[in-house]
Design a protein around this ligand. Structure first.
Ligand code: ARG
Ligand code: ZN
Length: 893
């Protein structure tokens, strides 16, 4: 059944308080739920319908006495309640006693057991698997929670808020009582019980209040919690400094679990994290892991205000908290950067995610607006559109009102809505109202099309120089492709940051007739019409336009640059994002040409000018290593594929490999120089400057090993193996291993064995080991058999989401040439895995199911084979809602 946004109705009852008492036992946990309810006078009188799922109901009592009830699907329906006959709104007590089986909970929603410890995951609709409740975010209640469990097995008992009581019980059991001072929706409820150890830190806030920060992990992992704690402290400081939002709790806890469907969860005062986003030490975690931990710890912490203090009225408003909070975590990471160029690197990385993951989603069968209109399964909507595109929408608001204006808007948002469950409209209105006269306020209804219209807009830019008039006219036209259910699109409000460069690369003064002052540098133009023309005056020579600087809007920019113009931008643009973008355009252009021309794949798809430009960047004395690494990394195969009307994944792969081989060969001496210059051997520090140097050294090593493989040289693979063995940190070790695997060196096999022996007890390092093999370049179709073998490995645990993803998602989503086989073997494998996983974890299955989203773009024989595989999944009778929604959309025409 489909849920529609327009059907929203306020709840018929409020639940003012909840007193939960848990008797924790893996096979049979008893839950006593005592609620105080009251009829909502604003809606017509109707029975109380409580959500429930996989619960055993033992007892229902109203005001201390028995009462009648019935079941309707999963819902518990009460028709004889105080107020229902007379329209009264007097509060009454409702007591419900149920049991559940956490040990058998394989879908990891609700209360489950992971390695002997109890955890919960309630967002979006998991609380109904713990007790009968109004499982919707607009019902906010005060929680008291008592946990009882055997003391030796479960010494640590945690829930939201403050610990008010604890002690021993009979029979070796003990208890803890927690009271959360803040009202919250039930999706923010959490409990944890088990054998855990913790690191803690006291922090004093600006107002002198003392807070206790804690990070809980399994015994043995304490040496991997320092970075998470540092990130948490930095988050607390940042949110207060940038937005005036202080920590509102005496105690803030993070707990790590290795079995988790997603990244992490912002439960009030008790965040539960996938270990992947908590645990790090230099020996087991890479620079990327360190950076991800920083941003996810920040993300969940920032939810405390954007999500928890102000929450969503309904799940269609999910981006209200997620888009805003991603924006905030992006800004947090940027503000921690040591330099403007490091900020630009972070921006490029974020845009790369958007363009390689969100743009395809927006062009595929699951395309949906940032605020969707309907869904069958809300878990399918925790998407890159809700998160990353949602963050871009918030970023555009900041661009339109300015950084200070945005902070004012946030202030007003909290003044208006603190403690409430609200909508995306409420947020946009607050930002606009705090900035009267701004471009956002002037165009608010039109701006909000970003929330209602799906699809990636395209902006076409056409420039014309008039030497006689000394004018340059720039015409910007927008359009947006149709998406499922939306055949017609209205124009968007698109902020276009722009500048003009001379052909020598000098930043030119910008003067429009109505811009009073001419200043060199970036100006913001707001495109609101389908097409608009800007006429710049006093332009001495034909300029090179630098458009959409810092990627000021989530659009595809089409501009007929010449190669020479792109080389000017690459060499001279003051906007680092557009410098990188120019290199991407040059490479993309070459890739598309080689893909589209008939005949065999050229051995040299790149032209000498491009190689020369890459050499200049690589050897540049002033550019950051991290930036060089990004510029010298070719566009991803999935990104290249998106630009094509019809995709032959094998050809895309072959062309990109040929380009990479050419860069390896023709820049050989430069890579060798870069490796020596950046390899570094000092003590490990995860800061972005050091990380950038390691990344560039790693990229150089991969190219050196690739070139060596071509020429039969064994020196570089030997060096890589040595580095792999001697590396002082996981980043260098893994990069060296990856260089051996990617280049197909004979040393890859012994290195992989050695890696396994070293890290057999480190789950997260083993995930990398699995992923590296599932994602390795396909040589003669060897990866599918490798993947099948990996699944037989004693360390492969299909029910652990991280491990399953390390093999299956990597193969199906990150290794297109191995997955898209002419014999359809990849698709058959995919359908088997989706159906199998759906039997125990629908959320993970539905994510994997999305790997074939773009099947309609595939060339034959892939297209027909993919369709058949999807149809096979769709034909399975007992599919979950999750997978059914994905495959149904995929098959629609
Ligand atoms: N709110 C969490 C976050 O973004 C994500 C939780 C999603 N979980 C789920 N089962 N859908 O930080
Ligand atoms: Zn979030």
């Amino acid at each position: 059944t489909v849920v529609r946004r327009e059907d929203y109705a306020a709840p018929a009852f409020w639940i003012d308080s909840v007193d939960l008492s848990f008797d924790l036992d893996p096979a049979k946990t008893r839950v006593l739920n005592r609620m105080r309810l009251r009829r909502n006078p604003d809606v017509p009188t109707q029975p109380l319908r409580l959500d429930g799922e996989d619960l055993n109901l033992a007892r229902v009592m109203v005001n201390g006495g028995g009462c009648s009830f019935k079941m309707d699907g999963g819902q518990l329906v009460l028709e004889n309640l105080p107020g229902l006959d007379d329209g009264g709104t007097e509060p009454f007590d409702l007591e419900i006693f149920t049991t559940c089986n956490p040990a058998k909970n394989t879908q990891l929603m609700g209360l489950y057991v992971s390695q002997g410890t109890f955890f919960t995951q309630c967002e979006a609709e998991g609380f109904r698997r713990i007790t009968y409740f109004l499982d919707r975010p607009d019902v906010m209640s005060a929680y008291t929670v008592t946990l009882k469990a055997e003391k030796t097995l479960y010494p640590v008992l945690l829930s939201n808020g403050n610990l008010v009581d604890s002690g021993d019980l009979e029979d070796g059991r003990h208890f803890a009582k927690w009271v959360d001072p803040h009202k919250k929706p039930c999706y923010l409820f959490a409990l944890v019980a088990g054998k855990l150890v913790h690191r803690e830190q006291k922090v004093i806030a600006r107002n002198g209040a003392e807070h206790l920060l804690q990070v809980y992990v399994r015994p043995g992992d304490l040496d991997k919690t320092e970075h998470a704690m540092n990130s948490l402290m930095a988050s607390v400081v940042w949110d207060e400094a940038r937005f005036g939002l202080p920590l509102d709790l005496e105690r803030f806890m993070i707990v790590a679990t290795s079995d988790f469907n997603m990244g992490a969860m912002e439960n009030k005062g008790l965040n539960i994290f996938n270990t992947k986003y908590v645990l790090a030490n230099p020996a087991t975690a890479t620079d990327t892991d360190y950076a991800n931990i920083e941003s996810v710890v920040g993300h969940e912490y920032f939810h405390n205000w954007t999500g928890n203090r102000i929450t969503c009225r309904d799940w269609f408003q999910l981006s209200l908290k997620e888009g805003l909070t991603v924006f905030r975590d992006q800004e947090f990471s940027m503000d921690l950067c040591p330099s403007p160029s490091a900020r630009a690197v972070k921006r490029i990385e974020d845009v790369r995610v958007l363009r390689t993951a969100q743009f395809p989603e927006d062009a595929g069968p699951m395309a949906h607006p940032v605020r969707p209109d309907s869904y069958a399964e809300i878990n399918n909507f925790y998407t890159v559109t809700i998160y990353e595109k949602g963050a871009e929408v918030v970023r555009m608001m900041q661009t339109l009102v300015g950084r200070d204006g945005f902070a004012r808007g946030m202030k007003l948002y909290f003044e208006r809505f603190d403690g409430q469950a609200v909508t995306c409209d409420d947020f946009a209105q607050a930002i606009a109202d705090a900035n009267p006269g701004s471009e956002l306020a002037n165009h608010l209804p039109q701006f909000k099309r970003w929330y209602s219209q799906a699809g990636t807009p395209r902006v076409k830019a056409e420039g014309a120089y008039n030497a006689a008039e000394r004018t340059y006219t720039l015409t910007l036209s927008q359009s947006c492709p149709t998406t499922p259910g939306q055949d017609h699109k209205e124009p968007f409000v698109i902020p276009v940051n722009l500048g003009l460069l001379s052909h020598e690369g000098r930043e030119l003064p910008l003067q429009l007739a109505h811009w009073s002052n001419a200043e060199a540098g970036t100006r913001n133009f707001v495109l609101t019409q389908a097409s608009e023309t800007l006429t710049f005056i006093n332009v001495d020579a034909e300029p090179v336009p630098s458009l959409l600087r810092a990627f000021s809007a989530p659009v595809v920019l089409e501009c007929d640059y010449t190669d020479a113009e792109l080389l000017v931008l690459l060499a001279h643009d003051t906007d680092a994002f557009n410098r990188w973008e120019a290199a991407q355009r040059l490479a993309l252009r070459r890739a598309l040409k080689a893909i589209n021309e008939p005949g065999p794949v050229p051995t040299e798809p790149l032209n000498p000018a491009f190689i020369t430009a890459m050499r200049a960047v690589l050897r540049h004395p002033d550019l950051d290593a991290a930036f060089k690494d990004l510029v010298l990394t070719l566009p991803a195969e999935t990104y290249i594929a998106e630009q094509l009307a019809e995709v032959d994944p094998q050809r895309v792969h072959a062309v990109r490999e040929a380009m990479r081989a050419q860069m390896a060969r023709q820049l050989f001496d430069d890579w060798a120089w870069a490796f020596e210059a950046f390899e570094g051997n000092g003590a490990y520090s995860p800061d972005s400057t050091s990380a950038g140097r390691r990344a560039l050294a790693g990229l150089a090593l991969t190219h050196l090993c690739l070139a060596a493989a071509d020429s039969g040289n064994t020196v570089w693979p030997g060096k890589a193996y040595q580095r792999f063995k001697d590396a002082g940190n996981m980043t260098d070790r893994f990069n060296a291993l990856s260089a051996l695997v990617v280049s197909g060196s004979e040393l890859a096999k012994p290195a992989l064995q050695r890696f396994h022996a070293l890290f057999k007890d480190e789950a997260l390092a083993l995930d990398k080991w699995f992923a590296l093999q599932a994602g390795a370049p396909d040589r003669g179709g060897n990866i599918l058999p490798t993947v099948r073998q990996l699944m037989q490995h004693p360390d492969f645990q299909p029910r652990n989401p991280n491990r399953a993803r390390s093999v299956l998602t990597t193969f199906c989503q990150a290794n297109p040439a191995a997955f898209h086989r002419a014999d359809a073997g990849g698709y058959v494998f995919w359908s088997e895995r989706v159906m199998d996983i759906d039997g125990f974890n629908p959320q993970v299955a539905a994510r994997l199911a999305r790997a074939l989203d773009r099947w309609k773009k595939l060339a034959e024989p892939y297209r027909s084979a993919a369709r058949e595989a999807i149809a096979r999944v769709a034909a399975k009778p007992d599919l979950s809602n999750d997978v059914r929604e994905v495959v149904t959309h995929a098959l629609k025409d």
